[in-house]
Design a protein around this ligand. Structure first.
Ligand SMILES: [Zn+2]
Ligand SMILES: [Zn+2]
Length: 234
């Protein structure tokens, strides 16, 4: 009888989920409710062909023109606004399982780098990683590598803590990060997809890509879940 009740229970109350953005219940087996999904903007319009950020026109943005990055190209799946901000925050804080969803969005964007030697990621210091329990960039990189059938190559190490970057200017961010990464494996002649959660000012991407290029990496492609729109007109 109890077995029958169990079965009935499953029939009557199918597994429901809560929205990873707003926390409301969803009943369609999805982790994002329709309202929040509408506020999730795919980065598939006009983008800068170098930094991959949303731009007004499909042309190299002013920032990349003035100050070309050390990575060769960057791609991102979402525009970093509205629901994407909340999702990335949840991914960092307590929802590591979002790696699957994010990798499914990012993998198609990385197909053009499928000839790369491997996938690496922005590392955390050992201490920071112990505090958080996981490095979200590593989880995403691992998942992305699987989907691209490429090896995961943890070639970078973070050798010192860099603190909160949010309140710093672009120049201060760069100074703050200087020398914080080192290579932990041979990268000479390698083409690498470098993964992080978001691209905002690009200071982290720059420092990491510079470190890899200095050690002889041939190509560095930077891939993130989301990037901020570049509002400066070219
Ligand atoms: Zn929602
Ligand atoms: Zn750009």
């Amino acid at each position: 009888m109890s077995k029958l009740l169990d079965l009935l229970g499953e029939e009557l109350f199918p597994a429901n989920f809560t929205c990873d953005v707003c926390g409301c219940e969803t009943f369609d087996g999805k982790n994002i409710c329709p309202k929040c999904a509408k506020e999730l903007h795919e980065n598939d319009g006009a983008v800068c062909p170098i930094c991959g950020r949303k731009t007004q026109a499909h042309a190299v943005c002013l920032e990349c023109k003035k100050d070309p990055p050390s990575y060769d190209r960057a791609v991102s799946a979402l525009v970093y606004e509205d629901s994407a901000v909340a999702l990335v925050l949840a991914f960092k804080k307590n929802k590591p399982y979002l790696k699957d969803y994010f990798a499914s969005l990012l993998a198609p964007k990385c197909m053009e780098f499928a000839a790369a030697d491997g996938v690496c990621f922005i590392p955390m210091t050992k201490k920071d990683e112990r505090c958080r329990g996981y490095n979200q960039a590593e989880l995403l990189a691992r998942e992305l590598a699987k989907r691209l059938s490429l090896p995961l190559m943890p070639v970078l190490e973070k050798v010192r803590r860099t603190g909160e970057q949010k309140t710093l200017s672009k120049k201060e961010r760069r100074d703050n990060l200087k020398g914080c990464f080192k290579t932990a494996a041979e990268v000479k002649g390698k083409s690498l997809i470098l993964v992080d959660d978001v691209l905002t000012t690009g200071a982290t991407a720059e420092e990491a890509a510079k470190t890899l290029k200095k050690k002889g990496a041939e190509h560095v492609y930077f891939a993130t879940v989301a990037s901020v729109e570049n509002k400066v007109q070219p």
